[in-house]
Design a protein around this ligand. Sequence first.
Ligand code: ZN
Ligand code: ZN
Length: 302
Amino acid sequence: MVFAVFGAVPALASPNHVAAQGCVGNPVTVQILGSGGPRINPDRASASYLLWIDAQAKLLLDTGGGAYLRFGQSRARLADLSLVAISHLHPDHVSDLPAILWTSTALREAPLPIVGPSGTEGMTDFQTFLNRLFGAEQGAFQVLRSTLGAPPAPASGGGVRLEVSVADARKTEATTVFDKDGLTVTALGIPHGPFPTLAYRVQTRGVSIVFSSDQTGTNPRFIDFARGANVLIMHMAIAAGTKSPLHASPAVVGRVAQEAGVGRLILSHIGLFDLDAAVAEVKQAYTGPLTVGADLQCTPVQ
Ligand SMILES: [Zn+2]
Ligand SMILES: [Zn+2]
């Protein structure tokens, strides 16, 4: 059975309508801010997710294009976040980070913990990425220099100070990247062509959520990493019957979720292709509860 928990919210829904959606009525809820991939899409922002605990959004995972608008529509508060976790440095996962941070000192006083991946040839590590964005001397957005600890630019709202950590995406074992505020977050490097990419597993309130990010689905350790999660978000980036050196086919997405024995699979990072055919291919291997992701959709984790 395929269904969307609480359904999708129309792209132009008013913020008040969105606030009434029900992300805050459960102990733990995952909300999709962006359910699309990199291609321009009339209905889906690029990858971004929130984890709500009680009435607060505590985790922001990825900040792809459109996350800035969707974050506002979700009624999440920057001041409530315990952690921002970035899976990898493709623009469809991180390009709205400067927009979200700009003038954020007006919204939050406490430093904001943020974690991202190590680098490789052709893709910098997360700290270098932030230095090139926000560095006081050479940064593209020097006006956000305060995010890295420099004095704020004159006459600038600046950006909230970031507490940056970098997780090694090449390690074969999972790494604990955050353990505070009732949230335990571990990260595991997953294969996404040559690009260092992190999947995250969050444990809180006796439940677990795994965010897979982009991957080929060829690392068997990911199945152990995701095993028994209450909710697993997998990225269905390519059409049924196709292959990619960067992305798992729908058939592989279904097989991974089935082998991991998860409580619910949410499909996200959905491109402009025949969705019914792709979901049918997933269901050939995966027989459990399934949700097709949509922007601003909320799914209770239980
Ligand atoms: Zn992507
Ligand atoms: Zn990617």
